[in-house]
Write a protein that binds this ligand. Sequence first.
Ligand code: ADP
Length: 187
Amino acid sequence: MDILLMGPPGAGKGTQGALLAQALGIPKFATGDLLRDAVKRGSPLGLQAKAVMEAGHLVGDEIILGVIREELGKPEAAKGVIYDGVVRTIPQAEGMERILSEKGRRMDAVLFFDVTDQEILSRLDRRREVEQRADDDPAAVTTRLRAYRQQTAPVLAWYEARDRVHTVPAVGSVEEIATRVRDALGK
Ligand code: ADP
């Protein structure tokens, strides 16, 4: 099964994605984690992405589609993948569909983690203290929320038009939300 997790930054995609990947026995793939790792290692990809990420903007579609293609070429991705925040623009949604269809697959489900902006801002405030991510500073958070509203929210409509979206209210305990996720997928 190929499952895309969508929702604003701080919606809990990473936490729920890890639980779901474990439950389904398929890998989780997060472009944010992969890019952060590339920045840390100073690889060519990291050098390209660093400034853009730290400002809270989106990395270019061609770069992201290259990374997705590489990930889907791995043997462990053969039975499906949980994609955590991997598709954030319409060209990425179209490209992802193309890459999956070359393998006789498609995005089977999109889980939309629904949270208010107010809740997001207070969660990211807390996360900044704990994780010290460079892009959790207030200016970058505002830019990321704006990028989400302007570029990523339309992707949800794109998948809604194709009947793939399940909305998961994403406020509550980790276990409550995990149950909603499994119910939404009928698992
Ligand atoms: P968040 O969803 O909380 O913003 P992530 O860890 O998922 O955090 O992503 C961090 C940053 O990585 C984003 O702000 C963006 O710069 C970059 N990024 C990750 N995934 C994508 C993507 N699919 N398209 C463009 N940029 C991306």
